[in-house]
Structure formats: structure tokens, C-alpha cells
Design a protein around this ligand. Structure first.
Ligand code: AMP
Length: 438
């Protein structure tokens, strides 16, 4: 499909052609017609998919079509909220490039620099404003910015906004927008809280999802441990005590969880650092460079903070918590097994997470093999069937002749791993009660 089929106006077509854009990317192809029909959008897409043009092009087209022919007083008609200064600048560049023959004016505002240059530009009048939340609120409070004429609002990288702690600022800004508006909501991941948040902003949205290319999961050895939640820490320590794990990227669902796991590992003399949105940019970069140069063996990360982390020869990915979205599983494990190297991806699944595992098994088509040979085996009755269909029960079915009674698996394994007496000793430091404290 070419851009011609999207019925774009000539000034935009010309600018895109000059950029060498011939075919719209999947998100552009899917989103542009709906945005031009003035529909709200809930888009699941990452940077790098052509997402910026997917919203910038139709916004420019709508504003251009509604612009008075004669000279007019510019007011901010479109607001794009994005979490970082880098993204704001990138989006600003895109609007300038795609809109260069439209006569529309855009500007970018973000914190960390003097506001003078920004307020001068605002005073001269702009049609499109690209902003980070903190500086926007600041300038709104000083009456440099009014949002009362916003027709088109874009919330970009919503999951990152949440992770970086901007959600309250974003909510304050949204409360100042006119109720009658078109809203476009983009997020790279769609955990439950993001979907809930989107529901408060959008009205009858069209849902669009683009999947970046999946990594070749075949080269990655996968396994899942059934383990009770309070025993996850002990299992992690147990695995990482094994020197053959050269480097491990451990995923937790929350920032708080990442900090806790890091603390526990360091307490067990396993050097670990955490990377997540509450850490300063410097701390994140330092942790990442220590991990890349192998000074730190274990990096504990949240999904969003770890986005774009590309570590050569990462031997293990450990899902300390199962991801909410199956696709995230594929992204997580794809951090290992890169460039044809082999990799290992291990997941910890507790009783509450079994439905997530079931979804993942359905998504990747081949159920993740269950590793039963470990000291903290969870009673499988509690876990239940984790296969997508009863016929496809390669994982949970007992191998013929296997002496395996799920009910006493944990006890048996502990005895085998730690011995009758040593088990008692180990349970003191690793067991249920101690683990609960953390
Ligand atoms: P984004 O996901 O918006 O950050 O875009 C990623 C990159 O793809 C940017 O460098 C864009 O300039 C480029 N790009 C976006 N759309 C197209 C397209 N239809 N054809 C070629 N390049 C594109």
C-alpha cells in the first residue's frame, strides 16, 4: 500500500515524499484513516514503528483543513504530551518535517532549561504544542499556556509516564482540556492500570496494536518453576548461587519489587543493581554500563526501564514475576539468545500467575517446559492446568513411570536438595516465614 491510498493532502504528501517515505508502516496504515475520521485511538505501539507520523500526519491534515484561509491568530489546537525531553524534541522535529508546507506552527517545551526561549515562542502563537508534563504545568500555572482550544490531544508513551511518576501531572493537565476533543492514546505495553487509565480519557476508541518483530525464541532454552510467592526470593538466590549463570537480567513487575529483590540478592552476597523509573538517569546509565561491562552480574529491571537494553552475551533472563501481557514475555526473553547465541529464560510462576502462564503458552504456541527439579516446588494441584488446551498437555502430564506425586513434591525436593538436616537449616534463611518479611 502506498501513501496515496490514505488520501493525504498535497502539502503533506509532498513532505513525506521528500523524506523518502513510500509506504506507510503498519501503525500508520491502521491509525491514519481512523484519526482522519475523528475517532479516538488506543494504540499499542513502540517507538521505532513509525508511531510519530501515525499521529502527526493526520493532526496536521485536520488542522490544515480547518485553518482559516486568511491570516489568523494562532491558538494551541493540538497538544502532544510525552514523557522525556528527547522524545519531545524528536516529535517536534517530525511535526516540522511533515508540516513544512502546511503553514502550521509547532513548538516544543520541556524542563531543565530556561523557560524564556519557550515562552517567547508561545507568545508569538503556535498551533501545535509538544510538551513534557512538568514544564507544561509550570507554564500553565504562569498563564503562558491555555489549553481551552485543544481539539486534538495525544498522550504518548503512557506506560512510561506512569513508570516515571508523571501520572498525577498528566491527570491535572487532562482536567484542563475541553471535554469535547479527540484523544489519541499510545503506550508500548498495556498493563491493566494503563487500560484503566485510557478508559478515563478516551471515548469509544478504535484499538490498534502493532507488534514489533518477534525475536527468534527457538534459540532460547525456556523453563518455568512453579513456586509459592514467598519462596521466590529463595529460589532466585538458589539459582544465582550457581556460578554457571554468567549474567542475568531479572524482571519484576514493579519498581518497588525491583528494589526489594536487589536488596535481598546483595544481602546474599550476589552483586545486583536495579534499574527502573524512580532512579535518576545517571543511576540508570551507571547500572546499565556496569552490567554491560560485566562488573555487575545481575541487573533487576522493570519492563519499561529495561526497554532498549541490548546486552551482548546475556546468558540468562529470569522472570521473577510473570508479565501481564504475553507479548512482554517474548520481549523479555528476547534479551538473551541474541545474534545466534544460545540463551536461557527462566520464569517463576505462583498460583496467582497461572492464568498469565496459560496466556503465554497460548501466545508462543509451545508450552514452556516445567522444571520440577528444584527445592521449592509448589504443589501442582494449587497451580492447576496451565496448558491452553487439555489435549496439548505436554507440560503437566506426568511422564510414564515417573515417581512424582505433586502433593509431596516440595518436601521431597527439599530433602533431596538440602538433605534431612541441612533442609531445616536452609529453611530458616530461605523458608516461607523469613521470605515473607521482605
Ligand atoms: P517513530 O516510531 O515515529 O520514532 O519512527 C521511527 C523512524 O521511522 C523515524 O526515523 C521515521 O522517520 C521513520 N519513518 C516513519 N514512518 C516511515 C515511513 N512510512 N517510511 C519510512 N520511514 C518512516
Amino acid at each position: 500500500m502506498s501513501f496515496e491510498k490514505l488520501n493525504l493532502i498535497k502539502p503533506i504528501e509532498k513532505a513525506l515524499a521528500e523524506e523518502g517515505y513510500i509506504h506507510p508502516t503498519p501503525i500508520q496504515h491502521q491509525a491514519i484513516p481512523f484519526i482522519l475520521e475523528r475517532k479516538d485511538i488506543l494504540g499499542c505501539a513502540q517507538t521505532g514503528t513509525g508511531k510519530t507520523a501515525a499521529f502527526a500526519v493526520p493532526i496536521l491534515q485536520i488542522l490544515y483543513s480547518e485553518k482559516p484561509a486568511e491570516k489568523y491568530k494562532r491558538t494551541i489546537n493540538s497538544l502532544i504530551l510525552t514523557p522525556t525531553r528527547e522524545l519531545a524534541l524528536q516529535i517536534g522535529e517530525s511535526f516540522k518535517t511533515y508540516g513544512k508546507y502546511t503553514g502550521l506552527k509547532s513548538t516544543v517545551i520541556f524542563g531543565g532549561v530556561s523557560q524564556k526561549g519557550q515562552t517567547d515562542l508561545l507568545r508569538n502563537g503556535v498551533d501545535i504544542l509538544i510538551a513534557t508534563p512538568g514544564r507544561l504545568l509550570d507554564l500553565m500555572n504562569q498563564n503562558f499556556v491555555s489549553l481551552q482550544n485543544i481539539k486534538l490531544f495525544v498522550l504518548d508513551e503512557a506506560d512510561r509516564m506512569l513508570d516515571m511518576g508523571f501520572i498525577n501531572d498528566v491527570k491535572k493537565i487532562i482536567s484542563k482540556l475541553p471535554a469535547k476533543r479527540q484523544s489519541l492514546f499510545f503506550s508500548a505495553t498495556m498493563p491493566r492500570e494503563i487500560i484503566k487509565f485510557a478508559g478515563t480519557i478516551l471515548s469509544d476508541p478504535v484499538k490498534i496494536e502493532v507488534t514489533p518483530e518477534s525475536p527468534a525464541v527457538e534459540t532460547i532454552k525456556q523453563g518455568v518453576y512453579f513456586v509459592a510467592k514467598p519462596n521466590k526470593k529463595a529460589l532466585l538466590i538458589h539459582l544465582l548461587k550457581n556460578e554457571s549463570i554468567d549474567s542475568a537480567l531479572v524482571f519484576t513487575r514493579t519498581k518497588h519489587g525491583a528494589d526489594q529483590v536487589t536488596k535481598i540478592l546483595n544481602g546474599a552476597k550476589i552483586h545486583a543493581e536495579a534499574i527502573h523509573g524512580n532512579k535518576s538517569q545517571n543511576a540508570r546509565q551507571r547500572a546499565l554500563s556496569n552490567f554491560k561491562s560485566k562488573r555487575t552480574r545481575v541487573l533487576v529491571a522493570t519492563d519499561i526501564a529495561s526497554r532498549g537494553i541490548d546486552v551482548d552475551k546475556l546468558s540468562h533472563v529470569i522472570n521473577y514475576e510473570m508479565p501481564d501481557v504475553s507479548e512482554t514475555y517474548v520481549h523479555r526473553i528476547g534479551r538473551t539468545g541474541r545474534a545466534g547465541l544460545s540463551g536461557v529464560a527462566l520464569s517463576f510462576c505462583d498460583a496467582e500467575e497461572k492464568s498469565l502462564l496459560k496466556d503465554i503458552n497460548r501466545f508462543i504456541n509451545i508450552p514452556i517446559p516445567v522444571i520440577r527439579d528444584h527445592p521449592f516446588v509448589q504443589n501442582e494441584k494449587e497451580i492447576g492446568n496451565i496448558n491452553p488446551s487439555a489435549n496439548n498437555s505436554r507440560v503437566t502430564k506426568k511422564k510414564s513411570g515417573e515417581d512424582f506425586n505433586p502433593a509431596d513434591a516440595g518436601q521431597k525436593n527439599k530433602k533431596r536438595w538440602f538433605g534431612k538436616n541441612s533442609f531445616k537449616g536452609k529453611s530458616k534463611s530461605y523458608g516461607r516465614n523469613t521470605a515473607r518479611k521482605y
